[in-house]
Design a protein around this ligand. Structure first.
Ligand SMILES: O=c1ccn([C@H]2C[C@H](O)[C@@H](COP(=O)(O)O)O2)c(=O)[nH]1
Length: 227
């Protein structure tokens, strides 16, 4: 184990677990990493009353409209060459991707306050609450219209205030061979590579592949927008 890692009490509940709201917003931000939009990557995560995720989505081109073919521009004089006529918003994709019968009484976590078109679909689908990260378009008419509709329809909305500005995903964080987790298993060191190499179960070629994997196997979920 890393000498700098503080000792943990293996007989007590882990204190540094993710709270539900952090977990769901982080899931929305992780989904946003799939977006090809060069300017705004938006992710959404829909959760039912039992804290079960029932839909995830991000902004992207519709099926069959290839994202290498359709435009990502935003300021072309020819509006047919701008992305806006084509991109499916994250909220719509999350609702359409649902793996439950419906999303009635669900909560939608989203990176950006929903536009008026998304707000209509959110209301009609029965979502009861929207938790958003950024309200950077609050002064724009489509956001004002969204809030007017949410207020009239009784859809609650509130901004997510993160406890931590960053949540780190480190594929090496969990030491699977830590004796305190798996009594009796050998502690072969912290890195997956070291463990697998010392078990001598991989060919040279596989070990090389595995080493290159461990160079960049860290994903940072950054809450870039503070608004
Ligand atoms: O509620 C929303 C609003 C916007 N989006 C997507 C649509 C576009 O891909 C970008 C916005 O691009 P800008 O360059 O920032 O204008 O965000 C969404 O998914 N949901």
């Amino acid at each position: 184990m890393d000498k700098s890692t503080p000792k943990r009490n293996v007989n007590k509940k882990r204190p540094d677990y993710l709270e539900w709201t952090e977990y769901f917003m982080a899931t929305a931000f992780l989904a946003a990493k799939r977006s090809k939009d060069p300017c705004s990557q938006v992710g959404a995560c829909i959760v039912n009353e039992n804290n079960i995720i029932v839909g995830i989505g991000y902004n992207g081109m519709p099926k069959g409209c290839h994202d290498d073919v359709f435009p990502w521009m935003k300021e072309s004089e020819n509006s047919l060459e701008n992305k806006y006529l084509y991109v499916c918003h994250a909220e719509i994709n999350a609702i359409l991707n649902k793996n439950s019968v419906d999303v009635r009484n669900c909560t939608l976590y989203v990176g950006l306050f929903p536009c008026n078109e998304c707000a209509k679909v959110i209301i009609q689908s029965g979502v009861k609450e929207v938790i958003y990260m950024s309200d950077k378009h609050s002064f724009k008419v489509h956001t004002i219209a969204s809030k007017r509709m949410f207020d009239a329809a009784g859809v609650k909305y509130r901004q997510f205030i993160p406890k931590n500005r960053q949540i780190l995903i480190d594929f090496d964080e969990i030491n699977w061979n830590d004796q305190s987790q798996l009594p009796g298993s050998p502690n072969l060191g912290d890195s997956i590579t070291k463990k697998i190499k010392s078990m001598s179960i991989l060919s040279e070629e596989q070990q090389d592949l595995n080493s290159s994997f461990t160079c960049d196997n860290e994903t940072r979920l950054e809450c870039k927008d503070k608004n």
